[in-house]
Design a protein around this ligand. Structure first.
Ligand SMILES: *Cc1c(COP(=O)(O)O)cnc(C)c1O
Length: 390
């Protein structure tokens, strides 16, 4: 990932959408480029924090690990959820305190646990006995939280099956942690990324409140509830504003977990998605036959160069072109690479101007999360997504 830093835009308007737009409009780009507005990240942090109240914000680094984004969040007082040695090293290099970084991946390399512990990291996630054994050996005495599996998710990008364990296993793991000399402090979960409405959290919180109570009855003085991510970004379907959304979630948490002395939230998408726009270009518009009702629109960015979340057409990005005032028609959208999986939207076609042609610029809105990190180093010789931070 190449990065440039533009410290000062001088005369350009302070309004954040027009700040991004003014920057983009005044420049040529010779490859797909994600432009990130740091002031928009700040605004989003403040809006989420206002709703989250006493909860600690641990930004999920994987959503966008641009160095300047991390540095800005350090300045704002954010804490961090890191998944690997690389992400921890990044946060430390940008000034985060080790006490503010959680090692939240339930699948950790033993040597990374040891390294993290040596750096001063003291809070680790686990959802299996073998992981607790690794933590006890390489980070003796550390605090651990047990990740619970979310059985039913209403999210647009669910994470459910891969992570977490069920109630009985979780209660067992609390005992195991204690017997290994670790300090079991609580539970974590993730409702699923892009959970569009706060009310969608309620069924999951109800289930976990019961498990929390059972653990306390079993003698575990739990103090930490880590509510994970799931905070949504705008992709065309209505969502609640970040402060209102976060405060509703926290109110539901406070009502169900009165003993939680510490609450952690780990927004990723909700923190950075709306702070970024991808500048891309149409490479080809074609039809497969004279009778074809749909056009095929091939962009210079695709599934392998940043738009991985179009998998299953789960996340539907918003496209903007200079010809949007013209008459529209349905298009199948695809990326440029020589792989048939590199189709973005086909089941539900995208409406684009009939006049669209190769060379036209296409802006892809609210793409600051899960794009640069998903870009291959250069599949088929297409350059990885460039990142510019303003
Ligand atoms: C990815 C991830 C997050 C961030 O999720 P979003 O839906 O982007 O907010 C939070 N916590 C953990 C453990 C994650 O893996």
């Amino acid at each position: 990932m190449t990065m440039h830093y533009v410290p000062d835009l001088g005369k350009i308007s302070v309004d954040s959408v027009s700040r991004l737009d003014a920057y983009v409009a005044s420049r040529e780009f010779d490859r797909p480029t994600l432009v990130m507005d740091l002031d928009r990240v700040s605004a989003q942090y403040r809006a989420l924090k206002a709703g989250l109240g006493r909860a600690d914000v641990h930004y999920a680094v994987k959503a966008n690990p641009a160095r300047q984004v991390i540095a800005r969040l350090v300045d704002l007082g954010s804490h961090f959820d890191a998944a690997s040695r690389g992400e921890i090293a990044l946060c430390l290099a940008e000034g985060a305190d080790p006490s503010e970084i959680s090692f939240g991946n339930t699948i950790k390399r033993a040597s990374d646990i040891a390294w993290a512990h040596a750096q001063g990291i003291r809070l680790f996630a686990a959802d299996a006995e073998e992981e607790l054994v690794k933590i006890a050996e390489h980070a003796p005495g550390a605090s651990v939280y047990i990740r619970l599996i979310v059985e039913v998710s209403e999210a647009d990008w669910p994470l459910s099956r891969k992570f977490g364990c069920d109630r009985d296993m979780a209660l067992h793991l609390l005992d195991v942690a204690k017997s290994l000399g670790l300090t079991p402090v609580g539970f974590s979960f993730h409702v699923g990324s892009q959970t569009r409405q706060a009310s969608m959290w309620a069924p999951t919180l109800d289930v976990f409140a019961k498990i929390w109570a059972d653990a306390r009855t079993a003698g575990h003085d739990l103090s930490l509830l880590n509510i994970g991510g799931g905070f949504p970004a705008f992709y065309g379907e209505e969502i609640e504003a970040p402060t209102a959304y976060a405060s509703q979630v926290i109110a539901m948490v406070e009502a169900r977990f009165p003993e939680a002395r510490k609450i952690m939230a780990e927004p990723g998408r909700g923190m950075v998605a709306e702070a970024g726009v991808i500048v891309s270009e149409v490479m080809l518009v074609s039809r497969k036959s004279e009778r074809d009702l749909h056009r095929w629109v091939y962009l210079d960015i695709g599934r392998f160069s940043g738009l991985a979340e179009t998998e299953g057409e789960a996340i539907r990005y918003q496209f903007e072109t200079p010809r949007d005032a013209d008459q529209h028609g349905p298009c199948i959208m695809a990326g440029p690479s020589c792989d048939s999986a590199d189709v973005l939207y086909e089941k539900r076609p995208v409406s684009l101007p009939l006049t669209l042609k190769s060379g036209d610029r296409v802006l892809i809105r609210n793409t600051g999360a899960y794009t640069s990190t998903y870009s291959s180093v250069g599949f088929n010789g297409f350059p990885p997504l460039d990142v510019v931070v303003i």
